[in-house]
Ligand binder design. Structure first.
Ligand SMILES: [Zn+2]
Length: 357
């Protein structure tokens, strides 16, 4: 395959894609994955808009990758060529302090060793899902997934893995527990599915008035309460009759959600902060609320291997998930895909977005 040409949509600067092609270079280790589909997340929209100050351009966007193993040049992976796999975004060098601590934000490469976030100036350039091929780094983790799941649907496994890690693993959610999810986007819906799967007693999902279709989907997926009113406290009190033990912030670009989380969570409870605020600051935070309520605050970045294991099984078994990808775009329309995911074309019928290659 070395020397073959691969098409890619290169984000040369914020809000400007160019169609380009790369020649596949010789690689000493790892392999190549032929991309089939890539999910588009709010984090991608933030990078596209130029609201992530850590990102260096140009880069190939897209970290929710599903594809087939096309070539392996060494024995880093014990898997057959042609196997369809879900590729975890986080790449682990295995030797840095963050990797040795079990974190998902390896800094072996800058700004973070992760698909869809590395600049294309970093060899071998192909680090994102908006391309025909993506480099399979030896430090990457892949999960085989059945050919019976359509590739765009399989991209939702990424959101599911995050949802399980953030809603279940980090706050140690137990059967009978209560969790309020702020934000009904793909990861909010995924967190709901994960929480219900472990037997949570009460799951609430809060959104905005323009989130009607996503909140309707949340109801369909078993939410005990959905609310599109900024005054969430009343709705939670009426439905749960108490404060939730866990609040998960998966809002889009909303620095005020931290206030809501700290206000609404039960004393002794856990707040999981999983949404990036980009360049925006949270104002007027009186931190005494954290100590007076004896809260645990967890920052969530990426998913665990356990989250991916659960997600891969779930996407194969739960046919309700087939309807969660509402928008599909071909690779050449990557800009429209990102704008759709950002809600720039409206939120009606918007659930999740995938680019197919
Ligand atoms: Zn590392």
């Amino acid at each position: 395959m070395t020397g073959a040409s691969t098409k890619a949509m290169l984000l040369v600067e914020p809000q400007r894609f160019t169609r380009t092609s790369f020649t596949l270079p010789d690689i000493p280790v790892g392999g190549w994955i032929a991309v089939e589909a890539t999910g588009v997340s709010g984090a991608d929209a933030q990078i596209w808009a130029g609201n992530n100050r850590f990102i260096k351009y140009p880069l190939i966007l897209g970290h929710e990758i599903v594809g087939r193993v096309a070539k392996l040049v060494d024995d880093s992976f014990d898997i057959e060529i042609g196997t369809r796999v879900i590729l975890e975004p986080a790449i682990h060098c295995g030797a840095c302090r963050r990797c040795l601590s079990g974190l998902h934000s390896c800094r072996f490469r800058s700004p973070v060793n992760s698909y869809g976030r590395l600049p294309s100036t970093e060899p071998p350039a192909l680090w994102g899902g908006f391309a025909e091929f993506v480099y399979l780094d030896p430090g990457a983790r892949i999960h085989p997934v059945s050919d019976n799941v359509e590739a765009p649907v399989a991209t939702f496994a990424h959101a599911l893995a995050d949802g399980f890690t953030w809603a279940v693993e980090l706050p140690d959610l137990q059967a009978g527990d209560s969790i309020l999810i702020l934000g009904p986007g793909p990861r909010g819906l995924a967190a709901l599915i994960a929480a219900k799967d472990v037997g949570a007693g009460w799951v609430g999902v809060a959104g905005l008035p323009d989130d009607a279709d996503r909140l309707a989907m949340a109801k369909e997926l078993g939410a005990d309460m959905v609310v599109d009113d900024p005054d969430i406290a009343d709705a939670v009190a009426n439905s749960l009759g108490a404060r939730p033990r866990v609040v998960l912030d998966v809002t889009r670009d909303d620095p005020e959600a931290l206030h809501t989380s700290l206000d609404l969570v039960r004393s002794g409870g856990t707040v999981v902060v999983a949404s990036s605020k980009g360049v925006r600051a949270t104002n007027q935070l009186f931190s005494d609320i954290i100590l007076l309520k004896e809260l645990t605050i967890r920052g969530a970045f990426g998913a665990s291997a356990g989250g991916y294991h659960w997600a891969t099984k779930k996407i194969e078994a739960d046919t309700r998930l087939d309807s969660l990808v509402s928008h599909e775009f071909p690779l050449a329309e990557a800009d429209r895909a990102v704008q759709a995911a950002a809600g720039l074309f409206g939120h009606d019928e918007l659930l999740t977005v995938a680019v197919t290659v």
